[in-house]
Write a protein that binds this ligand. Structure first.
Ligand code: ADP
Length: 472
C-alpha cells in the first residue's frame, strides 16, 4: 500500500517492530527490515510487511501465503490462528518471518504510532468532522505545500486501516503531515488519533453522518472530540465557532483551544459567490479565485486557513494554495456539456444534502434546474424523518422537477405530492436514466446528490456525453 523504499533502506527493522509491539518474532528469513506495509495481498511488493486482518467478509490469514508469494518478507498474524492456518510451517517453507500478536488491527495502529515516532520534527495535523474532511484536508495541503514539504492521506484513506497505511508514506523529507480521520464505529477516532498524535487537530462540523452506529448527535460529539484527546498543552485544538456543539467540543480539551470561522480572521474581507464558477474571497485586501463553489466549501477553506496559520504560512501561500485547488470527484463538481451537471454524489447526509439544495437554489441560472436526489444511507432510526425533511426542502426548492432514486428517499415523495411539486420516483437506475434522458434539454442544470451506495455518477455519461433531446 505505502510507497516502496529500497530493500537496503528499510522503513523499520522486523526485530525492532516486534520488540516495540511486545510480540513474538518467529525468524525463518534473512531479512532484517520491511520497506512497505499492506493489508491486501494484491498490494504486496517485494519487501512488504503483510498485516493479516480479520475482516467482515474474509480473514486475511488465508492470504498470508499469497502475500509471501508476492514478496512479503514477513506477516503480522494473530497468535491464536497460527495453528489453524498452519502459518509457522508456511513461513518456514517459504523462508519468511512471522510477528505474532493478540490483535492484528491494534498491531497495525501501534506500528503506525511507532513508525511516526521516528519523525519527531514532523508537524502532524488531524482533521475530522461529519462533512468536509477530505475537502478540508485537500485545501489545507494545497496551501501548506506552497511553502513546506507535505504528506497527506491519499483519497479518503482515513479509517482504522486507512490512517495507519497512510502514515507509512511519511518520509524524512516531509515537514508537515495532513491527515483526515474518519469513523464508522465507536472508538475508531480515539484509536487512530492515538496512532497519529496530532499537534494540530480540527473538527469541521457535527452532523448526523453515521448516526446509525452512534445513536445521537451528542454521542457523535463525544466520538469526534477524541481527536483532541492526546493533545499536549502546546498543541492546538481548532473548534468550529459556528457549530451548534462548539462549546461541548471545546469542553475539557487539553491544548490551546482556538475557535475558527471566517469572521474570526482579521484578514477576511468577505466572499462573493461566482455561482458554479466558485467563490471570490477577499483576503488581506487581495482577491482570491477559489474554484470550489458553495458556502460549505468556503467553510472548508476557512478551516484549512485556520490550520495553515498555525504552521504558519504566508498570505501569499494562502492565496496561491486556494487558487490551486481543483474540485474533487463528486464534491460539487461542475461538468459542462449540453446540460450542466453539478455532481455532488460522492456522499450524502442530511446536512450536506440540504447544503447542495441550498447552493443550487441560490445560484442564478437562465435554464431549468433539475434535482436528482438519492438515498442518504446509515441514518438508522432517523432515516424516515430526515428523508421527509429533505422532501420538504425539495418541495419549496427552485427545481423545475425532482427525480428521486432509491428505497429510503421515497419518504420525500409525499411532501412533493402534497405541494404539487413535479417529481418522478424510481428505485431502478435504468428507469431513472431513461426518465431523465427524455426530460432534459439543452441549458438545464442537473444536480446529482446521494450517498456513495447510490452511485449517481452512473448517470454522468448519459447527461454529458450523449446528445440530449433539445426539442423538448
Ligand atoms: P467527508 O470527507 O467528510 O466525507 P468530503 O469533503 O468528501 O467530506 O465531502 C463530502 C460531501 O459533503 C460533499 O459532497 C459536500 O456536499 C459535503 N460537504 C463538504 N464540506 C461540507 C461542510 N463544511 N458542511 C456540509 N457539507 C459539506
Amino acid at each position: 500500500m505505502s510507497s516502496t523504499n529500497s530493500l537496503n533502506n528499510p522503513l523499520m527493522g522486523l526485530a525492532e517492530l516486534a520488540s516495540l509491539l511486545k510480540a513474538r518474532h518467529v525468524i525463518f528469513s534473512s531479512n532484517e527490515g520491511f520497506t512497505s506495509i499492506a493489508i491486501d495481498s494484491r498490494k504486496v511488493n517485494p519487501g512488504t510487511l503483510f498485516f493479516a486482518l480479520d475482516g467482515t467478509t474474509c480473514d486475511g490469514h488465508s492470504f498470508v501465503s499469497s502475500a509471501f508469494k508476492a514478496g512479503a518478507v514477513a506477516a503480522v498474524v494473530d497468535s491464536s490462528k497460527i495453528e489453524s492456518f498452519n502459518l509457522e510451517n508456511l513461513a518456514k517453507e517459504m523462508g519468511k518471518d512471522l510477528i505474532t500478536v493478540d490483535n492484528t488491527m491494534k498491531a497495525l495502529q501501534d506500528s503506525a504510532k511507532f513508525y511516526l515516532n521516528k519523525f519527531p520534527r514532523l508537524r502532524k495535523i488531524g482533521i475530522t468532522g461529519s462533512s468536509g474532511k477530505t475537502t478540508t484536508k485537500e485545501i489545507t495541503a494545497a496551501i501548506i505545500e506552497i511553502e513546506k514539504n507535505v504528506i497527506k492521506n491519499e483519497g479518503n484513506l482515513n479509517s482504522e486501516t486507512g490512517l495507519p497505511l497512510s502514515v507509512f508514506n511519511v518520509r524524512a523529507e516531509h515537514e508537515v503531515g495532513v491527515f483526515e480521520l474518519g469513523m464508522n464505529r465507536p472508538d475508531e477516532i480515539s484509536e487512530i488519533t492515538d496512532a497519529l498524535k496530532p499537534n494540530i487537530a480540527l473538527i469541521t462540523n457535527i452532523g448526523s453522518a453515521h448516526i446509525e452506529y452512534f445513536g445521537s448527535k451528542e454521542k457523535i460529539v463525544n466520538e469526534k472530540k477524541c481527536i483532541y484527546k492526546f493533545l499536549n498543552n502546546d498543541d492546538i485544538a481548532l473548534v468550529p465557532e459556528n457549530d451548534e456543539f462548539a462549546k461541548e467540543l471545546a469542553d475539557g480539551v487539553n491544548g490551546k483551544i482556538k475557535y475558527y470561522s471566517a469572521n474570526n480572521f482579521k484578514e477576511f474581507g468577505g466572499a462573493r459567490s461566482l455561482g458554479i464558477e466558485g467563490t471570490e474571497i477577499l483576503w488581506n485586501g487581495e482577491k482570491i479565485n477559489f474554484a470550489l463553489p458553495g458556502k460549505h466549501n468556503l467553510d472548508d477553506a476557512m478551516a484549512a486557513i485556520a490550520i495553515a496559520k498555525e504552521i504558519p504560512v504566508s498570505d501569499k501561500a494562502i492565496k496561491l494554495g486556494l487558487e490551486s485547488v481543483k474540485p474533487l470527484f463528486g464534491r460539487l463538481e461542475i461538468l459542462k456539456g449540453r446540460v450542466t451537471v453539478i455532481r455532488d454524489c460522492y456522499n450524502a447526509n442530511p446536512e450536506s444534502t440540504a447544503k447542495s439544495i441550498e447552493f443550487c437554489d441560490s445560484i442564478e441560472w437562465p435554464g431549468r434546474k433539475i434535482y436528482v436526489i438519492a438515498d442518504m444511507l446509515e441514518l438508522g432510526v432517523m432515516s424516515d424523518s430526515e428523508h421527509k425533511k429533505i422532501g420538504f426542502l425539495l418541495s419549496v426548492s427552485a427545481a423545475k422537477k425532482i427525480f428521486l432514486f432509491g428505497e429510503k428517499i421515497e419518504k420525500a415523495a409525499r411532501n412533493l405530492r402534497d405541494n404539487d411539486k413535479p417529481y418522478f420516483y424510481t428505485n431502478d437506475i435504468n428507469e431513472l436514466s431513461a426518465a431523465l434522458d427524455s426530460f432534459i434539454k439543452q441549458g438545464d442544470l442537473v444536480l446529482l446528490k446521494g450517498s456513495r451506495g447510490c452511485a449517481l455518477e452512473r448517470l454522468t455519461d448519459m447527461l454529458i456525453a450523449r446528445e440530449v433531446n433539445s426539442a423538448l
